[in-house]
Design a protein around this ligand. Structure first.
Ligand SMILES: NC(=O)C1=CN([C@@H]2O[C@H](COP(=O)(O)OP(=O)(O)OC[C@H]3O[C@@H](n4cnc5c(N)ncnc54)[C@H](O)[C@@H]3O)[C@@H](O)[C@H]2O)C=CC1
Ligand SMILES: O=C1[C@@H](O)[C@H](O)[C@@H](O)[C@H](O)[C@H]1O
Length: 342
């Protein structure tokens, strides 16, 4: 395929204009630099039209394949639901377009592997996966501290991931595949280890969990570097959105996500506020993530979480769902890491 000329302002097609897609359209148009939205695609035609109407020179489509063939597009942002990602990614690969794909890369290891193989067939990386913890200022500092080696070898990572309430379509396995997927990536990225086995423990569900939802869950990830990473996932905690991580090393510990940004003392009490959802807690991280993607694309590069990272997360989550459903511990089987992913 002929080398594609990269314009000064990238023309981006956004596939999926729901909560995340519409927010990324706003971000590209009003917050970051170097890109504009030239096309939006949603199976819900009215939703696509409503979002397109807010953006000059943006066309609405209902089919990603038609959109990428017809529209003037230099890059693609995929924000449709996970099961639709494979088709969208393959449509982008057919035009050799760079893609920012929201997590999960795909919902299971077999489809993630097909995407991995399709990208290798192109011969170069095309995908950045939307694991935004890697762009959060506190997580970035934690990673940098670990890399100095001052704390010594990481032994354990304790993660807490709490949502106010789960959406109506949420299932018990989605606590792992949709939510813990972030901690799976954070563990691999912070520790630089692959995850080899997953154990899922199920306390008696909260009275606030919708019917039959196993919420909360306690997940233990074993790594090939000998560290353990545990995740409390609680998606109906009721009081706020909290994402915290504490790494315990041989010479000390470090933690992020306590939300101590603004502390007030008033009327005999002290305290702060708790974010209510991810769009608030991770707003800056999403801005940095999309800006980094646009900047790298304009340089003709692909950076950030790769298709390999998306595949590894899918395989770990699949093992996690197995452990949840069958009880106990499930081992993770990964294919050999291809040379393209270093
Ligand atoms: N990084 C993060 O923190 C978060 C990431 N996400 C991820 O973002 C993606 C989208 O999630 P939400 O915006 O919350 O979902 P949503 O349900 O609000 O929006 C999805 C949109 O995609 C459309 N759609 C469905 N199938 C499609 C297809 N085949 N082609 C084009 N459009 C299609 C739907 O009509 C809907 O408008 C998911 O992959 C989700 O896991 C979601 C929330 C936070
Ligand atoms: O990715 C996300 C959602 O899909 C997921 O459902 C939430 O639990 C996470 O907090 C959010 O970041």
């Amino acid at each position: 395929m002929a080398e594609r000329a990269i314009p000064a302002t990238l023309r981006v097609a956004v596939i999926g204009t729901g909560r995340m897609g519409a927010d990324h359209v706003r971000r590209i148009q009003s917050v970051i630099s170097g890109a504009r939205v030239s096309a939006v695609v949603d199976v819900d035609a009215e939703r696509a039209k409503a979002v397109a109407a807010r953006v000059d020179g943006c066309t609405a489509y209902t089919d990603p394949v038609v959109a990428l063939a017809a529209a003037d597009v230099d890059a693609v942002l995929v924000a449709s639901p996970g099961p639709a990602h494979e088709a969208a990614l393959l449509a982008a690969f057919a035009h050799d377009l760079p893609v920012l794909c929201e997590k999960p890369l795909t919902p299971d290891a077999a489809s993630a592997l097909r995407v991995l193989e399709a990208e290798q067939a192109l011969g170069h990386r095309r995908v950045q996966v939307g694991f935004m913890r890697r762009y959060d200022a506190e997580y970035v500092k934690l990673k940098a501290l670990l890399e100095t080696g001052q704390l010594g070898r990481p032994l354990m990572l304790h993660n807490r991931h709490r949502n106010v309430a789960s959406p109506p379509f949420f299932t018990s396995s989605m606590l792992i595949s949709d939510s813990v997927a972030h901690e799976v990536d954070a563990t691999r990225w912070l520790l630089g280890h692959e995850i080899t086995a997953v154990t899922v423990l199920r306390p008696t569900p909260s009275v606030n969990a919708p019917d039959a939802l196993l919420d909360p869950q306690f997940v233990v990830l074993e790594t090939d570097g000998g560290a353990l990473s545990d995740v409390e996932i609680f998606v109906n905690c009721g009081f706020g959105y909290q994402v915290q991580a504490e790494v315990v090393c041989e010479r000390g510990t470090a933690r992020v996500g306590d939300g101590h940004g603004l502390v007030t003392h008033m009327a005999g009490r002290w305290g702060g506020t708790i974010a209510q959802d991810f769009t608030e807690r991770f707003a800056d991280a999403y801005d940095r993530e999309i800006q980094a993607w646009v900047d790298a694309t304009r340089r003709g590069e692909v950076t950030g979480p790769s298709t390999w990272d998306g595949y590894a997360a899918a395989a770990v989550c699949e093992a996690g769902v197995r452990a949840l459903e069958e009880g106990g511990r499930a081992e993770v089987a990964l294919v050999e890491r291809p040379a393209l992913y270093g």
